[in-house]
Design a protein around this ligand. Structure first.
Ligand code: PEP
Ligand code: MN
Length: 352
């Protein structure tokens, strides 16, 4: 159920509706929009009497939502969600594209700094790097854990880049939350509902990757899990799905970008690195993703990919990343969008 408030509803009127919903044992989710505030209702304690809600002052209408997701839906919030990062000019979901780049895994301080310097010079605003790696084989490199997170914190300090790293389980999430600017939930965990709910209780943006065989609806419902716990800062990420095709590691499903944009207000970025698994296909598919209208790219970059401990074959060289930035920038202009170059501090923020 969705309570749509009148455009001129006062904060007190919104609060009164929220209070009533809470009193019934449900959770209200006020989602302010440009025109009006809609209040999503979640919880599984049965039905709420629509008629009573309609009588509250300031209420325009009460809508029964037939879709299995509501907070992610454009019914709840018409205009695009734009996620901002305090103290910087970086954002995800607005006119600017978010360019996230870095190695699959943090392997050493030297490696992380060399790659961070290169991607920062090329204009990236976000630095990715795995500390906990979800590997298919238990004998493959599993990541350096907190040590890697400390290196990433140093990268933030030195280059001003915002940090993205994956939480593979609830335990890692607690630690990741202390270090990163964006919590990544990987494809293998897209339906780890306990992890999704735990991430929903954090107050940092969550980058949610599409599951290896997830439908659009399953993908949106995974995002709904996060939002239903009160974290509305979710970025979706298409990273390829498993098909019969074997010329690439996964099949990058770019058609999901406009499909998501039609149904949801959440930003969606694309990962052509995991989406193709092949270095020579990352730039072409990265360009295509920008052309299809995504809100950003996440790219694996390595200065010595032959020596990478994970995903070397799909990691592009720093100069290739610079080329992709230039090309993405030109394609974005056709769509009246912009690829920002570098990150700037806008104010001093004492603590987040
Ligand atoms: C990654 O980003 O390195 C990763 C493991 O991604 P995915 O979950 O999409 O496989
Ligand atoms: Mn990887």
């Amino acid at each position: 159920m969705l309570v749509v408030m009148k455009a001129q509803a006062t904060p007190e009127e919104i609060q009164a509706v929220c209070g009533y919903i809470q009193q019934l044992g449900f959770r209200p989710h006020p989602l302010p929009g440009a025109q009006r505030t809609a209040i999503g209702i979640t919880g599984n304690h049965g039905q709420i009497d629509q008629g009573i809600l309609e009588e509250f002052s300031g209420v325009a209408e009460v809508i029964q939502v037939s879709k299995p997701y509501k907070l992610v839906s454009r019914d709840a919030k018409e205009e695009d969600t734009v996620i901002r990062f305090s103290g910087t000019d970086a954002s995800i979901g607005g006119r600017d594209l978010a360019m996230i780049a870095g190695p699959c895994s943090i392997e050493s301080r030297e490696q992380a700094f060399a790659i961070a310097e290169a991607v920062a010079n090329a204009g990236a605003q976000f630095f990715r790097g795995g500390a906990y790696k979800p590997r298919t084989s238990p004998y493959s490199f599993q990541g350096f854990g907190e040590e890697a997170l400390q290196i990433m914190a140093e990268v933030r300090e030195r280059f001003g880049l915002l940090i993205v790293s994956e939480a593979i389980d609830n335990e890692a999430l607690e630690l990741i939350d202390q270090y990163v600017d964006i919590i990544q939930i990987g494809a293998r965990n897209m339906q780890n509902f306990s992890l999704l709910k735990a991430a929903g209780r954090k107050r940092k943006p969550v980058l949610l990757k599409r599951g290896i065989a997830a439908t659009l609806e399953e993908f949106l419902m995974a995002a709904e899990y996060i939002m239903s716990e009160g974290n509305y800062q979710v970025v979706l990420c298409e990273r390829g799905v498993r098909t019969f095709a074997d010329h690439t590691r996964n099949t990058l499903d770019l058609s999901i970008v406009p499909a998501v944009q039609r149904l949801s207000h959440l930003p969606i970025i694309v990962d052509p690195s995991h989406g193709t698994g092949k270095r020579n296909k990352v730039i072409p598919l990265g360009r295509a993703a920008v052309a299809v209208g995504c809100d950003g790219l996440i790219i694996e970059v390595h200065h010595q990919p032959d020596k990478a401990l994970s995903d070397g074959a799909q990691s592009i060289y720093p100069d290739q990343f610079a080329q992709l930035m230039d090309e993405a920038s030109q394609i974005a202009a056709v769509l009246h969008r912009n690829v920002p170059r570098g990150i700037h501090q806008t104010e001093t923020v004492a603590a987040k």
